[in-house]
Design a protein around this ligand. Sequence first.
Ligand code: ATP
Length: 308
Amino acid sequence: MNSIVKLEHLSHRYTSSWAIRDISMEISQTGIVGLLGSNGAGKSTTMNILCGVLNQTEGNVFVNGINMREQPELAKQEIGFLPQHPPLYMDLTVDEYLGYCAGLRMMPKAAIPAAMKEAKERCGIAHYSKRLIRNLSGGYRQRVGIAQAIIHRPSLIVLDEPTNGLDPNQIIEVRALIKEIATDRAVIFSSHILSEVQLLCKEIKMIDNGKIVFADTMDAFNNYVEPHSVLMHMENPPAAAALLAIEGVTKADFLTERQVRVFFNGDQSISERLITASVQQGWRLREISIDKTALDEVFKQLSNQSTQ
Ligand SMILES: Nc1ncnc2c1ncn2[C@@H]1O[C@H](COP(=O)(O)OP(=O)(O)OP(=O)(O)O)[C@@H](O)[C@H]1O
């Protein structure tokens, strides 16, 4: 299968210290790949190099087989990029801005109106065509940012923390839009929020301290990181000692009077034992769920491995 994008042993040094070291990855299919890393991990550096706005110190970037360094204009035609700080012109209307972006992408003049119409419809901004960008909400500005990234119909879209700074409703809308645009192209999406990557992506690349610490499918990641705590909500909770008496339970933290996080030794049949104990001892269990926040602990563990 031909790769849409291939990074080969990318390293980058800004001044004296290395921001990323020996990053390699290949994407050959449509869908969303998540680049997950905490602040300063090296996500933006990787994305900026991938999109040809920063020249790497070492390594190569190929987009649809085209070497970014050797043929940047050709390679960039295949990429749409929404940087962390979207390059929007506040005093232009949506139409003026998208027309300008299509020109920058060297699209033939005659093809621009249809491309603008398609991008606006896909991003749900057609009704704001004549509105100044400064008068749009944060969520709609981000949609305009995504529209400029897809206007030239590239095979790869790179989105650097696209939901950062949006309110909860806007986040849901922008995530839905990203899912939609990934149906017929590859999308690389960076985030520092594990649950967001789990929700959206079929593949995950975790980056820490400038190095890839995990790269596989989302399913493999979820299997790899078995949770070690469950969250219980009870009407009549017992004392911590009663929970600790159950085989496999290592710790019980009361979050509220009725909500407790129960840590266990990894034996996944713990829920069954907790439910049985609840019935026998009358704890009136209302809810029990695998504690997703525990995955963040695994993220920390994987990140620490890269520094050893
Ligand atoms: N222009 C620059 N000059 C010097 N160092 C830089 C520059 N840009 C980034 N760095 C450093 O490179 C490292 C990686 O930064 P980068 O912005 O790629 O991380 P990130 O994962 O995108 O983080 P964030 O989410 O905070 O943007 C950090 O240590 C950062 O301080």
